[in-house]
Design a protein around this ligand. Structure first.
Ligand SMILES: [Zn+2]
Length: 475
């Protein structure tokens, strides 16, 4: 498989260190709030990558951290502590916030058919590993103590800006938000490994260390967790492009200084999801979450389909119009599959299948071209192979794309069969349920409103709230 490696800014043949096995690391969420759909775009594309590697016969071990300590509001070392901010906002403890938003994140993943990584490790569980790595970095002269904190000394490296061909906007992410300069730093790009002199008087989570009671910086956790679970040589590291600098740059700096050799061979970065007004963030514009999309009547898998329609290395612009189009295309695809004969007992057409399979694998082998992989689904439907072969192939491709193609198409079929039989009676009942939901919303009984929406959804009815009232259609 050819994969674009951000480390060298070019496509390369993906060759794992150990034949047949892939060690894969993903930067997980900072669990102080819901993930927005821009964050989730990265996880969707990484999920397709992982599943495709497995599809090609590789055995993948994937590890993800959960950031529950140390991440400040700037990606550099300035600003407020994100977890503390979340806790204050909701009058809860940091650990309650972490537990709640970790669950919320995996709920979103489940709805989007994103597989849970083999290992999910909260940053707070590996403090000993960070202390051990930081001690070694101090011994080797790559770190120094200043003002009570431990810093990584970037001037000791031959090369620091490893991803420096990314555009300036991406590189500036970490520095532009920070206004206050940390006078303890010897070099502007140095970063904190361990905080003891905290400016957060009420920091809840702190641990004893050789340098005093404190807590780890954000970057060290990924090095610690990755080495702990995947060893000293990593095949593939993934994340959103906004993590390339300074987070991934710092991960490489400290990991390679600590190990004394090259750490990770391939870096996979997913570009931003923007809205028409610019980069999506939690703080500006509408806070777009999976739940919000659902409340507007969208199937989360329509959002997954929307993401797969474009390449991960392209900035994707989100709008409701674009999502409507994707949603309609997804529904049409399902109804075309539903029209196939699921009882076809013809023999599986191995030769025909192999030709169609080539189109699918060629697309994904070429730097994970998911939009062409989607085209391969239509090629199957258009082809002359029998329905049994079509269904089996679509099912096979869906182990990578995870769009619930067969299962949803079967539901579609059932719904259309029942609706054909007693459509009028059915329509009256649907209208009655919609009226009951509107009433429930008016009396602020949102739980009941959601329940009715879910009930309708289970029957294949999608609701869309519009300024003119509720519209409904069959999936
Ligand atoms: Zn990370």
């Amino acid at each position: 498989m050819q994969l674009y490696n951000s480390l060298y800014h070019k496509k390369e043949e993906f060759i794992p260190n150990e034949p047949g096995k892939v060690s894969m690391y993903t930067c997980g969420p900072t669990v102080y709030h819901y993930a927005h759909i821009g964050n989730l775009r990265s996880y969707i594309m990484e999920d397709v990558l992982e599943k495709y590697l497995r599809y090609t016969g590789l055995s993948v071990r994937r590890v993800m951290n959960i950031t529950d300590v140390g991440h400040l509001t700037s990606d550099g070392d300035t600003g407020e502590d994100k977890m503390l901010k979340g806790a204050q906002r909701e009058h809860k403890t940091v650990m309650q916030i972490a537990a709640f938003y970790t669950d919320a994140f995996f709920d979103d993943c489940r709805k989007l058919n994103i597989k849970r990584p083999d290992v999910v490790e909260p940053a707070t569980h590996c403090i000993d590993s960070y202390i051990q790595i930081i001690s070694t970095l101090l011994e080797k002269g790559y770190a120094y103590l200043a003002g009570g904190n431990v810093y990584f000394d970037t001037s000791k490296l031959e090369e620091y800006y490893v991803f420096n061909k990314h555009n300036a906007e991406d590189l500036e992410v970490g520095v532009r938000e920070g206004v206050e300069a940390d006078e303890n730093k010897r070099n502007k790009t140095d970063f904190v490994l361990w905080f003891t002199k905290s400016k957060f008087e009420d920091q809840e989570l702190k641990w004893d260390s050789p340098w005093g009671i404190g807590y780890p910086g954000w970057h060290i956790e990924c090095t610690g967790i990755s080495i702990k679970h995947l060893g000293e040589k990593l095949d593939l590291h993934c994340g959103g492009i906004d993590n390339a600098f300074p987070h991934h740059t710092n991960e490489i700096a400290q990991s390679e200084a600590y190990l004394g050799h090259k750490w990770c061979n391939y870096w996979f970065h997913v570009m931003h999801l923007n809205t028409n007004s610019g980069k999506m963030s939690k703080s500006s514009g509408e806070f777009l979450t999976v739940s919000l999309l659902e409340s507007k009547g969208y199937n989360p898998l329509a959002y997954r389909f929307f993401c797969l329609q474009s390449h991960y290395r392209r900035t994707l612009v989100f709008s409701y119009d674009a999502l409507d189009n994707a949603s309609a295309a997804y529904t049409r695809l399902l109804s075309r599959i539903a029209a196939l004969d699921f009882d076809d007992t013809s023999a599986f057409d191995a030769q025909g299948a192999q030709d169609l399979r080539t189109g699918f694998t060629a697309a994904l082998d070429n730097d994970l071209n998911t939009s062409l992989a989607i085209t391969a689904l239509y090629d199957v439907l258009k082809s002359s192979v029998n329905d049994r072969t079509k269904i089996q192939l679509l099912q096979e491709f869906d182990t990578v794309l995870s769009l619930d193609l067969i299962e949803s198409a079967k539901k579609c079929k059932q719904v259309s069969q029942t609706t054909n039989a007693d459509a009028e009676e059915d329509d009256a009942e649907i209208l009655a349920l919609i009226a009951a939901r509107t009433q429930a919303k008016k009396s602020k009984n949102f739980a009941e409103a959601d329940r009715i929406r879910d009930e309708l959804k289970a029957r294949g009815i999608l609701l869309t709230d519009t300024p003119q009232g509720v519209q409904w259609r069959r999936m």
